[in-house]
Design a protein around this ligand. Structure first.
Ligand SMILES: NC(=O)c1ccc[n+]([C@@H]2O[C@H](COP(=O)([O-])OP(=O)(O)OC[C@H]3O[C@@H](n4cnc5c(N)ncnc54)[C@H](O)[C@@H]3O)[C@@H](O)[C@H]2O)c1
Ligand SMILES: [Zn+2]
Length: 376
């Protein structure tokens, strides 16, 4: 790795926490827990899949270091990120007599991080959490920023709390067991970060796509470092989500619509990849985005094995309809982040980071952007 392995994140309240990124970092977890989240007992919360793959090893290493730790698991899958699992986990902690001097270790993907983080945020009015992300998506995105919570019937992530971790420990070696399509889906958020803020990173990813796709630990470590630094900077600039933080939604206006229409059979990263392609083509059609940008983006996504053309199947009017229902739509317009070029987001005439598009203008533009080759 060319970068130092520790990234310091500052939080709006003036505090902060470190992110340790290093192949083999998991071996040093007891050390990190002892330093950043000293506690009488540790509740290691994992989903059933991750608990099987690395639970015993983590518990043993904490025990070897003299830390009292117990593994508490819940069934894997997004559909278990619910209030019911939050009750069940909180009750399990209570039944085992975990007191105020407890720290939670959230060992798993984004579902575990959000759910275990929410348990930590509320247990005894809040105990520390150490985030140990085991999917690329969780390493790049969900373990940083302090958002925790659960899904409800009314929508995803609607009940939750901000609860910053005491520390984040990223060990790229744990990705070796993650299925490739999950790893590739995680790369979509990295491509997004490069597209909105960092042309150099975009170039590096293009050159490093093969090692990234195969999960090479050094390449992944460097990627996490470079991407998380951007996310942290954007969040720091706009903690209340009133301005620049909107740029993190590039690809997500169309992406969320595709996710909804495909009934969540697409992974989030796959939907975002398709959404970025469409939004880049939209920007070019509106002469806001530099010509050639959509092609460069599509080429990097293809190198990351995110070229499923998921945007080609739904009907354009259904996509417009789904976009209008998305939470980023204000009033009757749909708002969309558009690039000026790779590495830079365009501003609308009012200086806003999103562009308002009426349903009437969106329809024909989107029809062309969803299927660019259809009438060629
Ligand atoms: N809090 C935030 O800021 C934020 C940001 C983005 C996404 N999210 C949330 O993240 C969630 C998605 O996260 P995800 O994609 O990591 O899903 P996930 O946690 O469900 O993990 C995906 C699958 O991979 C398995 N898995 C995890 N690590 C593994 C490993 N090392 N080897 C083998 N299998 C492994 C899990 O058991 C699961 O079956 C969503 O709920 C989303 O809302 C939160
Ligand atoms: Zn996303």
């Amino acid at each position: 790795m060319t970068e130092p392995a520790v990234l310091e994140i500052t939080t709006p309240g003036g505090g902060g926490y470190p992110i340790h990124i290093e192949p083999g970092a998991l071996r040093r977890l007891p050390d990190r827990c002892g330093t950043y989240a000293p506690a009488h007992r540790y509740a290691v919360i994992s989903d059933s899949q991750v608990a099987r793959l690395c639970g015993p090893q983590v518990i043993a290493s904490l025990a070897d270091a003299g830390l009292a730790a117990e593994l508490i698991e819940f069934p894997a899958g997004e559909w278990n990120k619910t209030r019911e699992q939050w009750y069940a986990l909180s009750d399990a902690l209570l039944a085992r007599g975990f007191g105020r001097d407890t720290a939670v270790v959230a060992l798993g993907g984004g579902v575990t991080g959000d759910l275990a983080g929410f348990v930590a945020a509320t247990y005894m009015r809040g105990v520390p959490v150490v985030q140990v992300p085991t999917t690329l998506l969780a390493m790049l995105d969900s373990s940083v920023g302090g958002k925790t919570g659960v899904d409800t019937d009314a929508g995803k992530n609607l009940v939750g709390a901000f609860h910053h971790p005491a520390a984040v420990v990223v060990d790229p070696l744990v990705l070796s067991t993650l299925p490739r399509h999950q790893r590739c889906a995680g790369l979509a958020e990295a491509v997004k970060t490069a597209a909105i803020r960092d042309d150099d990173l975009f170039g590096w990813m293009t050159a490093s796509a093969e090692p990234l796709v195969s999960g090479d630990a050094d390449a992944v470590g460097e990627l996490v470092h470079r991407v998380v630094r951007h996310k942290a900077a954007v969040v720091r600039e706009d903690p209340a989500e009133r301005g620049v933080r909107a740029i993190l939604n590039f690809g997500h206006t169309v992406g969320h619509a595709l996710e909804t229409l495909e009934g969540y059979t697409l992974l989030h990263g796959e939907a975002v990849a398709a959404g970025m392609r469409v939004e880049a083509r939209l920007g070019e059609a509106l002469e806001i985005t530099e010509p050639g940008t959509a092609a460069r983006l599509a080429a990097l996504l293809a190198a990351c094995r995110l070229d499923g053309e998921w945007e080609g199947s739904p009907r354009p009017d259904a996509v417009v309809e789904a976009m209008s229902h998305d939470k980023k739509a204000r009033g009757s317009d749909v708002r969309c982040v558009l690039l000026s070029r790779i590495g830079e987001v365009a501003r609308d005439p009012d200086g806003c980071h999103t562009f308002a598009l009426t349903e009437a203008e969106l329809g024909p533009l989107l029809a062309a952007a969803l299927r660019p080759d259809s009438d060629a």
